[in-house]
Every structure is written in C-alpha cells, then in structure tokens.
Design a protein around this ligand. Structure first.
Ligand code: MSP
Length: 648
C-alpha cells in the first residue's frame, strides 16, 4: 500500500510556533504509523514563500525577500529536526522545480479557457492573502473573524480563474465522496459556502514582482494561493515524475480549519480543470488557543519560543501534549502549565513509573533476567486482548486523523498495565517459593508490556523506543506495528536494565524562575557512576548566597479545607490560612494524603511564589514536602506557632 500525506506549506514570514507545529507533528505521527504498518509513505511539508506579506516583512527587516526567507526556512527545518519530523521531502515554492510546474499549469489553464484576462477591482487582505468583494467586508475590514485587519483597494489588470464553471461539478463531487472533506461538520460549512455561489478568482498581480511570473505575460505574478496549492503535485514531479505516478492522489491533506476553503474549492477545481484525480481526504483540524481564548499566533503576540520549549521538556512531551489535547473537530487549549501537568501525570507517572517499577522488579526478583513464563491466567489474557483492540483502534483513529483518540486508547492500555501490577502484587508472590512460576509469568508479562508500549508510543513519541531499547536488552523490537499485538516475542534470559526514569518529573515554577541556573547545572552535572545509595540522590544545586536565600518567603499556614481536583489523580486543592488571609494552593500530593488527613495541620508555604494556574485553578504558593521516588511527607509544625510566622 502507498500513503501520501501532506501538511500545509507554511509562510516563512516568522518563526514556527506551537500552533504551526501541531499539523506537522500530527502528520508525522500518521506517516510513522503507516510506515510501521509496512506502507510505502511519502510525507511532504515545506514553505510558501511567494506571498506579498513576505515582501513586506522582509522590507521591514531591511532585507531582500530571498535572504529573509532563506533565514526563516532554516528555522523551520531545524524545528522539524528537533521535533523528530520524518518528512520525505521539503518543498520551497521559490525552487525552480516548483515554479516550472506552476507556469506550465497556468499556461495550460489559460490555453483551455479556464483562465482569462480582465480587470480586478476589489479588496485584498495581505495578512490573509485573500481577495474580498466590498459586500463581504465587515466595517470595511477583513471579514475573517480571526483577522479583522485593514484591507487594501486594488484596481489592476488581472487574470481570472473560472471557478464558477465548476461549481456544480464540485458540489456533486462533495456529495458523492463524503470522506473528501473531514470532519463532517466542516463539510457542511463548505457546501453552504459553495451553494451561495462561486465567483471567478483573481489569480495574478501586477503591483509587485515577488513571485512566479506568468510565462506569457511576465508583468504578472501568479496569485500566491494558486501557486502554493500546486506544491502538492510539483513536489512529486508532476506531470510525469515517478513519485507523481506512484503517490498521487494524496491520501490526506492535513490542514487547519482556516485554510479549508482554499483546499476544498480552489484546489479541487484546479485539479478538475487539469483532469486529474482529487485528493482522497482534506482534514481541517481546529486551532490551538491560548488560555485567554485567542488563537495562538505570531500576530497576537501569544506565542512561546518553540526552541526554548524543546530545551525545557524535549520533543516527546510536546508531541504528546499537542496530539492529546486537540480533540477531533474542536479547538485545543495550549498552556505551559497544562503541558507540564500532562507530562508529570501521563508520561512520568502513568507510563514512566510502570516501566521503572516493573524493570526494578525483574532486577530484584530474577537478577534482571526475563524469566521463562508459566501458563497464563485470565489476567494475562485480558491484557493480551486489550493490546489487540488498542492496536486496531489506533490504526483506525489515525486513518481518521484523530491522534487524540488514538492516544486515549493507548493510555487505556497503560492504565490496564498499572492495574495488572497492583492486582498480581509480585512483591507477595516473591515471598512464597510455591508461587515462583506465577511470579515468572508476571515478570515476563511486564517485559512484554513494555515492549508493546514502546511500539504503541513509537509513531507519537519516537524517542520512547530509543529509550526502551537499551533497557530491554538492546534489540530493536519497535519497528513493526503488528508486533504490538503479538505476544511472547522477548526471549527468556534476556537481561534488562532498570535505567533512569524515561520521563523525569518536571516542576514548572523551578523552570520559569531558575531557567539560567538550571541551564548552568545541566552543563555541569555530568552523571558519573557512583555507589548505589548516593546514585539515588539528585545532584546538589549550585551554591547560593544568603541574600538569595532571603528572597524566599516561607510562612506557617494552617490547612482549612482540602479536596481532590476533579479529573486528576495527583492534585489536591487546599485552602490555607496565613495571618488572617486565606489562600488557595494546588499541591501534587493526592497520592500520599487523603484530603481529611491534612485539615487542621500547620504546614509551610512558599508564600512569595508567583501564582500559577493548575487545571484552571490559581495556585497561590507551594507547600513544602520531602520526597523520594516512592514516599512523600508534607513538612508540618507541631508547636503552637501562629500562622503567618516566618520560616527562616
Ligand atoms: N501558506 C498557507 C498554507 C498554504 S498550503 C498550500 C498558510 N500558512 S500559515 O503558515 O499561515 O499556516 C499554516 C497552517 O498552520 C494552517 O493550517 C493553520 O491553520 C496552522 N496554524 C497556525 N496557527 C495555528 C494554531 N494556533 N493552531 C493550530 N494550527 C494553526 O496558511
């Protein structure tokens, strides 16, 4: 089977951000899964460089457009490399291989009468690179609800593309191919739009000369959208390239909802006019919004430096968070708080702890060797059945472009694995020599579950199999998707390692307030082999002065109320009293304390910590606790010291 998947080609007018990264990461996960299924995959991304807005941004930066885009394109490529994007090609619309196809198509459409010359009089929104008629404007501005910026009046000689001629044919195609526009809600929106009537589209400009020239009338440059959409076939070597023969029509164009109209009206009509098949599916996903509600976008100034985020958390947690957060057909919300919360709960705790606990038990109870399993009981059968259901669900959900649902299914397996540990209680089996065979089955099932989890995670977090490989004896068990539903693959006798946690927990406040400090530490603390006790101790932080310590305001507070935060296993919401003032604190201690155990206790609050939102609750400080990987104890005051007193 062959599988051709594309992302939009991005405008290199500014650096890529989390919003733009989503589509590429989602397409990457889909491409990786199809490769693991044995398909021949072509995964395309690239940059859309011939836009008028590029000219303006470059001018503002005092550079010529080509120099400007060359710099930004490098940033895109670097970001995709850091995010483990496995694209097979990267197309730039300033490349000759693209320009020549655009020119060929423009000429052909002109010669067959689908493009004609006339005069355009109307409005243009440069940020959206869209033509608007006067009646569509809202208060004289761009009607795109996410834009609303000023439009410019254009009056120039232009070429037009006869969209109107294909209106009926397109509507029929959409009705007959319900899979073509997805999700379905967006299809209805597009149908309504087309039914309102299509006007011929202006497809050339004469007032600037950055772009692909109309070959037979070179004072015109081709309209950027006509030019950009053609990338999906120019990259394959249309009209006679080997890849074009092999991969067209595309299986899916994955795009954001804002550019659905271009992909489901202009693009199919170009293809119809050329007499070539339409892509099988155009999927318009939602946007990432900020906590405050607006789309994450450079123009809104709410983007975070993606390179810094990768430095802080690594690629896998960012990929996981974005893929898990964007529910099918809806918008997602991005915040660094939520990213950290998900990293700690789903990756460090659910997945990472399962791996560390179970490997530690194989080390402890069987000298690190994977044992020969005894017969299965219902518990093993249940886990095996679930792995095959999950494998199939994930495949289907990814064909449906729904990575959030795919990950949800995988996390059902993660949670079943954790339940299996608790139910089988190997620490009890280990005490009874008569249970040796049963213990072996359980330990073997642990190792197999880790192998399967590595396969399940591979399309979404390609770093996970790399981390698991050395722990499971060094062989690459993670290449083929169908191996996730096959059991008894690991050879008994294979030696496993406990290793470092695959996803260490992260504390956001530490990050945001001590970025520079921790960067220095990363450089300094090269881990060395140490005796076992000391190796458990996290490295000491850099020395600080007494003045730096004095900046911390630690206070005695009394817990008035405590309750679990809904939908989390780890968080407690506390109401604490400090010298008459009441504060809310969200604390990650729910697995170690029942809420009622804390009420009335005097504990220590970091009172001048910048408030941060956790699960939508504003947490005003942090409670001190001592912990290692397993236990945790909140520091309490037992004498009658009043609340509000300082801890020095
Ligand atoms: N150049 C055109 C696409 C041409 S494809 C033939 C373009 N580029 S873009 O850089 O502005 O946007 C590219 C994609 O990024 C769009 O699909 C858009 O929806 C997506 N995103 C930009 N911000 C986003 C979010 N905040 N959230 C999710 N996706 C977002 O349009």
């Amino acid at each position: 089977m062959k599988y051709y998947i594309t992302t939009p080609i991005y405008y290199p007018n500014s650096s890529p951000h989390i919003g733009t990264a989503y589509t590429t990461i989602a397409a990457d996960a889909m491409a990786r899964l199809r490769r693991m299924k044995g398909d021949e995959v072509f995964f395309l991304t690239g940059t859309d460089e011939n836009a008028q807005k590029i000219v303006r941004t470059a001018e503002a930066a005092g550079l010529d457009p080509q120099t400007y885009v060359d710099g930004i394109v490098e940033k895109f490529k670097e970001l995709w490399r850091l995010l483990d994007i496995s694209n097979d090609d990267f197309i730039r619309t300033t490349e000759e291989r693209h320009a020549k196809v655009v020119q060929q198509i423009f000429t052909r459409l002109y010669e067959q009468g689908d493009i004609y010359k006339s005069e355009y009089e109307g409005w243009y929104c440069t940020p959206c690179e869209t033509f608007w008629t006067k009646n569509k404007l809202v208060d004289g501005r761009c009607p795109n609800p996410d834009c609303g910026r000023e439009v410019e009046l254009l009056k120039e000689e232009s070429y037009f593309f006869r969209l109107s001629k294909y209106e009926q044919k397109l509507l029929e195609y959409i009705q007959e191919n319900p899979d073509f526009i997805q999700p379905a809600s967006r299809r209805n929106e597009m149908v309504r739009f087309i039914e309102n009537g299509l006007e011929d589209l202006c497809v050339s400009r004469t007032t600037f000369n950055w772009g692909i020239k109309v070959p037979f009338d070179p004072k015109h440059v081709v309209y950027v959208w006509l030019d950009a959409l053609i990338n999906y076939i120019s990259a394959l070597g249309y009209p006679d390239g080997e890849n074009y023969e092999k991969f067209w029509p595309a299986d899916v164009h994955l795009i954001g909802k804002d550019i659905l109209r271009f992909h489901t009206i202009i693009w199919p009509i170009i293809l119809m006019a050329l007499g070539i098949p339409l892509p099988k599916k155009v999927y318009g996903h939602g946007w990432f919004l900020s906590r405050e509600g607006g789309k994450i976008s450079k123009s809104r100034g709410n983007v975070q430096d993606s390179f810094e985020l990768i430095r802080r958390y690594g690629s896998d947690p960012i990929r996981y968070f974005l893929l898990r957060e964007m529910q099918a057909g809806m918008d997602g919300t991005y915040s660094e708080d939520d990213l950290v919360e998900k990293l700690n709960s789903d990756l460090a705790n659910d997945l990472g702890n399962f791996v560390s606990r179970t490997l530690a038990m194989i080390v402890k109870y069987n000298d690190g060797k994977i044992p020969v399993p005894g017969p299965d009981t219902e518990l093993e059968a249940e886990l095996k059945n679930l792995s095959s259901t999950v494998g199939k669900t994930v495949e289907q959900k990814m064909l449906d472009c729904d990575p959030a649902a795919a990950l949800e299914a995988i996390w059902q397996f993660v949670s079943q694995c954790n339940k299996y540990v608790d139910t089988t209680a190997p620490w009890n089996l280990a005490k009874d020599p008569a249970q040796r065979e049963r213990l072996n089955t359980v330990l073997y099932t642990f190792a197999e579950s880790i192998r399967i989890l590595g396969i399940f995670c591979a399309p979404f977090m390609p770093g996970v199999p790399k981390k698991l490989q050395p722990l499971l004896g060094g062989r690459d068990y993670f290449r083929y998707w169908d191996d996730a539903t096959r059991w008894n693959v690991l050879e008994p006798g294979t030696v496993v390692q406990k290793g470092e946690p695959i996803f260490p927990r992260v504390d956001l406040s530490q990050f945001t307030e001590q970025v520079q400090l921790s960067e220095q530490q990363d450089k300094q603390s090269v881990p060395e082999a140490q005796p076992s006790e000391a190796a458990q101790m996290p490295p000491l932080k850099e020395e600080i002065s007494i003045d730096e310590f004095a900046k911390l305001d630690l206070r005695v507070v009394k817990v008035l109320k405590a309750e679990k935060v809904e939908k989390t296993d780890k968080l407690l919401k506390l109401e604490v009293e400090m010298g008459g003032e009441t504060r809310t604190v969200v604390s990650g201690i729910a697995q170690h304390y029942k809420p009622e155990e804390l009420i009335g206790k005097k504990v220590i609050l970091v009172a001048n910590l910048k408030p941060a939102k956790l699960r939508g609750i504003l947490s005003q400080g942090m409670i001190l606790a001592a912990s290692d990987q397993e236990q945790l104890e909140v520091l309490t005051i037992t004498k009658d010291i009043p609340t509000g007193a300082q801890v020095k």
